[in-house]
Design a protein around this ligand. Structure first.
Ligand code: 13P
Length: 256
């Protein structure tokens, strides 16, 4: 049985003070509810990482970053290294989000470089894949996702792959209020798991957790995460309020 994992991708939201307020409320809510069967992760902007780390110290909330560069150090203005993320308390890093691909020129090849560095550094990568609307309409969703997975995971070993998280985020569902239906999500998640089985073997494929992302809200989360291959959620907008994020965590839990 794979443990569910719900992560909040705050994107470019929350000043330091706002971040501290949000994560304090979240911590209080999580302390009330019986949700200890779910891994909960927050991924704030870089400048919020250390203050958020200090608030969540001693709780079970995990910390992740939204991006990372693959070099260790040097003249790379504006970039951040794996070592810096570790020193700021991160255990996770989101890689290859569609917004990074769309606005910042990331490709499967650069996602792969980042992924290798994350594994080498001991960070757990959350690699995002997903088709754009015109690709779904053209009937090439699986082909697009297959290339993203194969190229993103080039030269990765089965032991590494086993520890990672893949987030299936159809681009047309991100920030639109139009989520994939549970059946649409399950179909692609199943496809990704079968692909992982071909690439790494059945054991690895069964171990990898695949999150769904794209307009996950308290009222659709339970149904999406009840699908057999949907192992959690990567939440954008609804992670910016403690109440709605907490409700999504509760929806992932078998105990609530
Ligand atoms: P929304 O939940 O705002 O649609 O964003 C999803 C997402 O991109 C998470 O990474």
């Amino acid at each position: 049985m794979r443990r569910k994992i719900v992560a909040g991708n705050w994107k470019m939201n929350k000043t330091v003070d706002e971040a501290v307020d949000l994560v304090r409320s979240l911590k209080e809510k999580l302390a009330q509810g019986p949700v200890d069967d779910v891994d909960v992760v927050v991924c704030p902007p870089f400048v919020d990482l250390v203050p958020v780390r200090d608030v969540i110290a001693g709780s079970k909330i995990g910390l992740g970053a939204q991006n990372m560069y693959w070099e260790d150090a040097g003249a790379y203005t504006g970039e951040i290294s794996a070592g810096m993320l570790l020193s700021a308390g991160c255990s996770y890093v989101i890689l290859g989000h569609s917004e990074r691909r769309q606005y910042f020129g990331e490709t499967n090849a650069t996602v792969n470089k980042r992924l290798k560095k994350a594994f080498a550094a001991g960070l757990t990568p959350i690699m995002c894949v997903g088709e754009r609307l015109e690709q779904r309409q053209a009937g090439i969703t699986q082909a697009v996702v297959e290339i993203q997975v194969r190229e993103g995971l080039a030269d990765i070993t089965a032991d590494q792959a086993k520890q990672m998280i893949i987030a299936y985020e159809p681009v047309w569902a991100i920030g639109t209020g139009v989520n994939a239906t549970p059946e649409q999500a399950q179909e692609v998640h199943r496809f990704i798991r079968e692909l992982l089985a071909k690439m790494f073997g059945e054991d690895t494929a069964e171990a990898v957790r695949i999150q769904y992302g794209g307009s996950v809200k308290p009222d659709n989360a339970a149904e999406l995460m009840s699908q057999p291959d949907v192992d959690g959620a990567l939440v954008g907008g609804a992670s910016l309020k403690a109440e709605s994020f907490y409700e999504i965590v509760r929806a992932a839990s078998q105990r609530s």
